[in-house]
Design a protein around this ligand. Sequence first.
Ligand code: ARG
Length: 562
Amino acid sequence: MAARRVKALLAGRLQQAVRTAFGADEPVDAAQLQTPPPPHEGDLSLGCFALSKKLRKPPAEIAAALAKALPPEKPLAKVQAVGPYLNLTLEAADVIQAAFGPAPAATATGTVVVDFSSPNIAKHMAVYHLRSTMIGNALCRIHRALGWKVVGVNHLGDWGTGFGKLIVGWKRWWDPRQEPTVTDLNALYVRFGQKAKADPKLEEEARAAFLALEKGDGESRRLWQRFRDTSLGEFQKVYDLLGVSFDEVSGESVYEPDLEPTIALLRAKGMVSESEGALVVALPGKEKPCLLKKSDGATLYATRDLAAAISHQKRHAFTRKLYVVDAGQSLHFVEVFAVLAAAGFEWASRCEHVPFGILRFGGKRGRTREGGVVLLKDVLDEATSRALEIIRKNSPDLADAHTVARQVGIGAVVFNDLKNKRTKDIDFDFDEALAFEGETGPYVQYAHVRACGILRKAKEAGIALDPAADLSPLGLPEEKALAWRLSLWGEALERASREAEPSVVAGYVLDLAKALHTFHYKVPVLKASPAETAARLRLMDAARLRLAEGLAVLGIAAPEQM
Ligand code: ARG
């Protein structure tokens, strides 16, 4: 019986127990049955707080009464009230069976479009871009693992009035025979800002330059293309390091031809009005309207997001569209979704902003001491060299230490980003992220290394892994704890998808890693009877595969040695 079925069965029995003990009909939902983090007693636990409110009795009294009313029959081995909790211990054989039964099928049938990473052209990928990139990447992989069709989209910021400024800056201050870097482009942009303060004519010029670009002027387009290629080249290096790819790189510029039709569509619905020369959509209950076009005719970020959403719905008929963008843009998405809803698109409700908190670096918002941004590439490189130092010290003979250092260093940075609820702000600290103990990437990777090590030693001792080995010798608490964690995978993925929350998967692999480390510490695998060895090797193999799979879903490598 899969873990899900076990929970549903027990929820039903608990509801019956509530009836027996209190004569009341209160629903008990399977989702209320939690697995407490190791090393807690009990495989499932019901906190009696919700029932306490409904039945108007202290939770501890309810837990005690339910413990009496719930018969400890299969798959239950023990029922115990501990304070406000009712702890349910499962029969070992049932737990083992749940872990090794057929894997949950990837049966989801929807299409999800994930808009993520989406950096701006002519700017560097800064450390804060890590969040959207890795949360979005994990959401793509979580949905793929569940069987969804996934379209990962990089909605590059490659259009807008900023490009007018850049073109003006380029024409005035750059020698076109020189190949620019992103740093150069960024410097031109900054210089424009400084000069424009003293010379307001420059702003005029920039507006004209952007309009020329929007109208398709040849030279402007060529320059823009050059800026875009230069930036993409740099972004790609970071994506390669992170192992991130996209199904669609359709920046804002792609929707340029769709903007007039989008405005016309909204106009036909009577939604568009003019305000001081600008085109706006008034939103019911909102003070400020959504701006579609400025008085000078330039279109805006929101206009392009409207066009992009309509285009994605047309092309992919998505069941869900996730915008992985920092919480600072919440109002923007409220506006965009409200316009779509007002236009009568029923699918507007299937668009979700997936916000996340700030990434602080050294206490500041990812700024260097000089006030510049901290580059993501630099952080990944530093994490790698720090990991190399640690590895050199711990395992001086490790082959291919550089590759492993990259996997461990970058994995540490990524895990640190994904382990907390995404809306929480995070403080990044190299030492903390790279520690081999605690809630870290290396800690999880090391559990995988241990499982691989045991399997390797077995092989060296001439003991082959038997994928059909009898599992009945398994039953120790540590074996059971590990097996129960294995069986919770399908649920973890589903919850992560439902809540668009990769931290659920991070929590899952952490708990699994903890269970594996404890097992490794307490239970001998090779120094045991042949039947025990064979069963434990199967358990190690399943844990190894699942740890690697869980890490892969998070976009983290699982080295075999470190
Ligand atoms: N380029 C934008 C920025 O850096 C993020 C774009 C997010 N996606 C979207 N569809 N608006 O702020």
